[in-house]
Design a binder for this molecule. Sequence first.
Ligand code: ADP
Ligand code: MG
Ligand code: MG
Length: 212
Amino acid sequence: MGPVNAAGLAAWIRHAAHLVSADAEHLTRLDAAVGDGDHGLNLDRGFGAAAEAVGALSDDATPGKVVLTAGRAIVSKTGGASGPLYGTALRRAGKALGDRTEVDAAALGAALAAALEGVQELGKAAEGDKTMVDALIPAVSAYEGALAGGADLASCVRAAADGAAKGAEATVPLRARKGRASYLGERSEGHMDPGAASTALILRALADVTVE
Ligand code: ADP
Ligand code: MG
Ligand code: MG
């Protein structure tokens, strides 16, 4: 698949909002085990607001503006730790896209890497701390690996989504060292991190809208 444009990224935000809404109960159940049981609700509200804000943009909005707008809406409408983290991720990604009108595989990879950097700067979580970072790091490295191997944009995104899903699975045995789940100490072991699960879902949404 060739480059993706503003309409494609707006479709991603809408589809992510749809998947988050459909999976809200599951995300909340994951968060009930290791946190305060509001992750599904937080994200449903945030991505709902993001989809609405993106829908209100004019037709000449750039891809960067679409992603930046989604990030701002999430920051202002999402409670909890995940709101500022996802908001920052999307704002950084939007900024990385600059004012290009077409996003090719390399530019999308750079935006994904910028999102990870923003999350780590704000949340200070390292790999293995049992957070969304544990889904984002394998997503970025799978994307970059696919890109280096000459894959097209759709294949790179699919690799990232698969990497995130594997990363989320791999959080199950970990002990949380950041966020609310860290208060549980060893009792956080044996449960998937809700933020890692939602990161996998959001990247799955991107893969769904960038198929050939
Ligand atoms: P809260 O914990 O405030 O209720 P949510 O339930 O919406 O917020 O989000 C919890 C998720 O946020 C966790 O599962 C984890 O993935 C992520 N998270 C929490 N703290 C951090 C952090 N410092 N860095 C990265 N991710 C974090
Ligand atoms: Mg919570
Ligand atoms: Mg909360």
